[in-house]
Design a protein around this ligand. Structure first.
Ligand SMILES: CC(C)(COP(=O)(O)OP(=O)(O)OC[C@H]1O[C@@H](n2cnc3c(N)ncnc32)[C@H](O)[C@@H]1OP(=O)(O)O)[C@@H](O)C(=O)NCCC(=O)NCCS
Length: 185
């Protein structure tokens, strides 16, 4: 029987000239390294290429591409321009952590990021044993309503002794590793 992982890593969606694919082998690593090192990607810095590749292969990646019309022979493979990414760190059954949601700055505000998150929502809906999908964001103003609307993700309000306690242990890759506080500054 096909595993949930194999099935989910072969999904794709198309809209106009755009493609979203969960095939991590399509993601151009050198370009992704530049993106991780860019100003807009404030929650992480790039890792060495082999670590980057392994990170992608061990996640469910949603790569966003623009598919150019093939030039030359009609059987030529159309070129894919990498425009965005989102990643679910997941066991493919019970848990998923959404991170690294990014759309090329010159393409933002055109509905592509919303489409990507709707595709993620569609995948989460197909996971019958999923216990929860978690995400962290430092952007209360834009990202919290964005994920509420598109992913139906709710704020977990943590008052001592009530509800769920969410606990975090920062790792060496966290921008504020070894500093007090839970945010990015
Ligand atoms: C967040 C992001 C992926 C959205 O992609 P997009 O293609 O611009 O999204 P859309 O055009 O579909 O929709 C824009 C919506 O995203 C919201 N949004 C959420 N987070 C945002 C952010 N960090 N920057 C800009 N817009 C953001 C906007 O408020 C807007 O909401 P509206 O439709 O209610 O007006 C994109 O803006 C981005 O890459 N931002 C920089 C990286 C980032 O902050 N990632 C999220 C970390 S949690």
């Amino acid at each position: 029987m096909e595993s949930a992982k194999t099935k989910l890593q072969g999904r794709e969606w198309r809209k106009d000239q755009y493609l979203i694919s969960t095939d991590s082998s399509l993601v151009p690593i050198a370009k992704l390294i530049d993106i991780f090192n860019s100003e807009g990607f404030y929650w992480s810095k790039a890792l060495p290429a082999p670590a980057m590749q392994e990170m992608l292969d061990n996640s469910l990646c949603f790569g966003l591409y623009e598919q150019a019309e093939p030039i030359g022979p009609s059987n030529a493979t159309p070129e894919l321009k990498f425009l965005g990414i989102a990643r679910l760190v997941t066991d493919y059954i019970t848990f998923a952590y959404l991170t690294d949601v990014w759309v090329e700055p010159s393409c933002q505000g055109n509905g592509l990021g919303s489409w990507m998150v709707r595709c993620i929502d569609e995948v989460l809906e197909t996971m019958p044993h999923l216990r929860r999908c978690l995400l962290f964001t430092g952007d209360w103003q834009r990202s919290v309503p964005f994920y509420d609307k598109l992913l139906r993700a709710k704020l977990v309000e943590t008052r001592k002794g009530e509800g769920l306690a969410i606990m975090e242990r920062k790792g060496r890759g966290h921008p504020t590793f070894n500093k007090e506080g839970t945010g990015y500054n």
